[in-house]
Design a protein around this ligand. Structure first.
Ligand SMILES: C[S@@+](CC[C@H](N)C(=O)[O-])C[C@H]1O[C@@H](n2cnc3c(N)ncnc32)[C@H](O)[C@@H]1O
Length: 276
C-alpha cells in the first residue's frame, strides 16, 4: 500500500470511529510509523509502506479507532518544550496546563532558587516543565498514585531534569515547605459530569486523575500552611468553576487573586498570594 492510500484509509476509519480530528490524527500516525516529519509526508505519498510499517500502522490505527487517546497510542506527548512518556497511568497533559506553567514562571521570575510544589503531578508535566524553564528551581511533585509516580520518575530520567517525586495524599495536608509557589491541576471533574465527556477521557484516562470532590479546596487550605509569606498558589480550574475558585481563594485570605484565560479565552487559571 502506498502512503497516500494509507493516509486516506486511516482518515476514513478514524472518521467512522467518531474521532474529532481524523485527518490530523491520521497524518500523525502515518508519519510516526514512517519515522518522517509531517512536513515531509507529501514527498512520501507515492512510496510504498513496507510489510512491517503496514502491520505497525494497523496496530496503532486499531487502538485509535477504539478511541484510545492519540497520546497513549503514540506513547508520548509534547508539553511546553518537553516530550513526555504517557500511558494509561496518567492524565494526558493539556494545552491549558501550559498556561498554568506560564503563570508559575511569572511568579518565579527573579528568584534564583525558588522552591516549588506541584500537587497531583501525574506525568510530572508541570514539575518538569518548571525545572526545565526555570533552571535553579527546586521542584517537588507529589501524587497519591504510585503508578503515576512511576511515569513521572521515568520522565525525569528521560528529560534529565532533577525533580523530587513523593507519594502523598493531598487530603492529609501538604508537605512542609516553605514553598515559593504551590501549583496544582487537581482532579476537578464532578462524578455526575463524567458521562458527558468524550470516550477518550471517560474510558481511558485514570478516574483518580479526573474526578475530584473538594480537591481544589484541600490544596488551597493546605497551601496556606506551607507557602512562604508573599508566595503564590496557582491552580487550574474548570472554566465553569473559575469564578468559584477565585472566590474561594479570596475567602481563605489570599490576596491579589487573579484569573488567566487559556488559548480559547476561557477562564482556567486562578492564583492568589499569601499575604506577607
Ligand atoms: C488532573 S491530574 C493532573 C496531572 C498533571 N499535573 C497534569 O497537569 O497533567 C490530577 C492528579 O492528581 C492525582 N491525585 C488525585 N487524588 C489525589 C490525592 N488525594 N492526593 C494527591 N494526588 C492526587 C492524580 O493521581 C492525578 O495524577
Amino acid at each position: 500500500m502506498k502512503v497516500a492510500r494509507a493516509l486516506a484509509e486511516t482518515t476514513e476509519r478514524l472518521t467512522h470511529a467518531g474521532c474529532e480530528s481524523p485527518r490530523v490524527d491520521a497524518k500523525i500516525l502515518v508519519t510516526h510509523v514512517l519515522g518522517v516529519a509531517r512536513s515531509e509526508l507529501a514527498l512520501e505519498s507515492a512510496r510504498k509502506l513496507s510489510r512491517r510499517e503496514e502491520k505497525e500502522l494497523e496496530r496503532l490505527v486499531s487502538r485509535r479507532e477504539a478511541r484510545e487517546p492519540l497520546a497513549y497510542v503514540l506513547g508520548e506527548w509534547g508539553f511546553r518544550r518537553l516530550t513526555l512518556a504517557v500511558d494509561r497511568r496518567v492524565l494526558v497533559p493539556r494545552p491549558e496546563t501550559e498556561v498554568v506553567v506560564e503563570r508559575c514562571l511569572a511568579r518565579l521570575s527573579g528568584i534564583a532558587e525558588p522552591r516549588v510544589l506541584d500537587v497531583g503531578t501525574g506525568s510530572g508535566a508541570i514539575a518538569l516543565a518548571l525545572a526545565d524553564e526555570h533552571p535553579g528551581a527546586l521542584v517537588t511533585g507529589i501524587d497519591a498514585s504510585p503508578d503515576a509516580l512511576e511515569v513521572a520518575g521515568a520522565n525525569a530520567l528521560r528529560t534529565e531534569l532533577a525533580v523530587t517525586f513523593r507519594e502523598w495524599d493531598l487530603f492529609h495536608g501538604l508537605p512542609e515547605g516553605p514553598w515559593d509557589v504551590v501549583v496544582s491541576n487537581p482532579p476537578y471533574v464532578l462524578p455526575e459530569e463524567i458521562d458527558v465527556l468524550e470516550p477518550e477521557v471517560r474510558e481511558w484516562e485514570p478516574r483518580a486523575a479526573l474526578i475530584g470532590v473538594g480537591t481544589t479546596e484541600a490544596v488551597a487550605r493546605g497551601a496556606l500552611v506551607v507557602l512562604v509569606a508573599g508566595g503564590a498558589l496557582v491552580l487550574e480550574a474548570a472554566a465553569a468553576d473559575a469564578a468559584r475558585v477565585a472566590a474561594l481563594l479570596g475567602g481563605l485570605g489570599y490576596v491579589d487573586v487573579t484569573t488567566t484565560t487559556d488559548l480559547a479565552g476561557r477562564d482556567r487559571v486562578v492564583e492568589g498570594v499569601l499575604a506577607a
